[in-house]
Write a protein of this length. Structure first.
Length: 299
């Protein structure tokens, strides 16, 4: 991992040298553009719109419109001078209860780590204090040319920093069309919906979910490379009609019921061996009860 930012995390009179690392990597499907009917790649260049000449990145400055086609040009050095040190400081403004922060404000996630060995002790102190109190630190820092609002919270042995959207950036739900302000449900529908949620509730296991669209794209590329075709995926089902809502809920509840996972501690060794045979646990006949239980749980 390479740091994308480094500076000092400050809370009160304590300053902790830290580095910021990306916690998430992008696995989005990416393509290179070509002109149809050719193998000619499409390129994008920075050009002067008046002359048509390509412009080097070092020769580009920023400008902000202040009137009708009138701009004020600003150099990066001038931006640095108006806020010296801000791009190297992560300043804690306050602490809040983590449960109070609506996830709609969350933007990107980073790992926040101590920058050197001397920073480890105050870093761990903040990490443990946040964990014990179930609090999060609200902070500001300058990153990629803008001031970010951020939330630093304790995770498993590391401080997670999430950049946040400012309140002015979050749209109000009042402007969303077709919100069901007048629609009502009856008790039977609500009871079935609750049952369905209960039946489909599972522990959160993020590794169980994967990008099936990316997998289908990879299959398509491999098939075209080999001169084959890929079977089209099924079209999505039609939206449920209001008159069929009860029937759809009832069928969903019945279809979501899973057989109860047996408590291995309640089974005899003979029953354990039968279950092991069904799940094809290798070497089951010579395994102790503890080994059988461990192998079945792993399977």
């Amino acid at each position: 991992m390479r740091p994308v930012w480094q500076g000092a995390l400050s809370f009160g009179l304590v300053n902790v040298p830290v580095r910021l690392y990306k916690a998430v990597e992008d696995h989005a499907v990416r393509f290179t553009q070509f002109q149809r009917g050719t193998r000619d790649r499409i390129r994008y260049r920075r050009v002067n719109e008046r002359t048509g000449d390509e412009v080097r990145y070092d020769d580009i400055v920023r400008g902000r419109e202040v009137g009708d086609d009138e701009y004020v040009l600003v150099e990066q050095e001038e931006l640095d001078e108006i806020a010296p040190g801000r791009s190297r400081s992560l300043e804690v403004e306050s602490f809040v209860d983590l449960a109070e922060v609506d996830p709609v404000y969350f933007d990107r996630a980073y790992w926040l780590a101590p920058a050197n060995e001397e920073a480890q002790r105050p870093y761990v102190l903040l990490l443990d204090a946040l964990s014990r109190q179930d609090k999060a630190a609200v902070a500001k820092f300058v990153f990629h040319g803008r001031e970010h609002l951020a939330l630093a919270r304790a995770s498993d042995g590391v401080i997670v920093l999430n950049t946040l959207h400012y309140a002015a950036e979050v749209r109000t739900a009042d402007d969303v069309p077709q919100l069901p302000a007048k629609a009502k449900t009856n008790k039977k529908e609500l009871d079935l919906a609750v049952k369905l949620i209960d039946a489909m509730t599972e522990p959160w296991q993020p590794e169980d979910f994967h990008d099936t669209y990316r997998e289908r794209v990879d299959e398509l590329i491999e098939a075209k490379k080999a001169g084959n075709t890929v079977t089209p995926a099924a079209e999505p089902e039609e939206p449920t009609k209001v008159v069929d809502l009860m029937d759809a809920l009832a069928k969903s509840v019945r279809g979501s019921r899973r057989p109860r996972t047996p408590d291995l501690s309640e089974l005899s060794k003979t029953d354990l061996q039968k279950l092991a045979k069904e799940r094809a646990v290798k070497g089951r006949s010579k395994m102790s009860r503890a080994d059988l239980e461990a192998a079945l749980k792993a399977s």
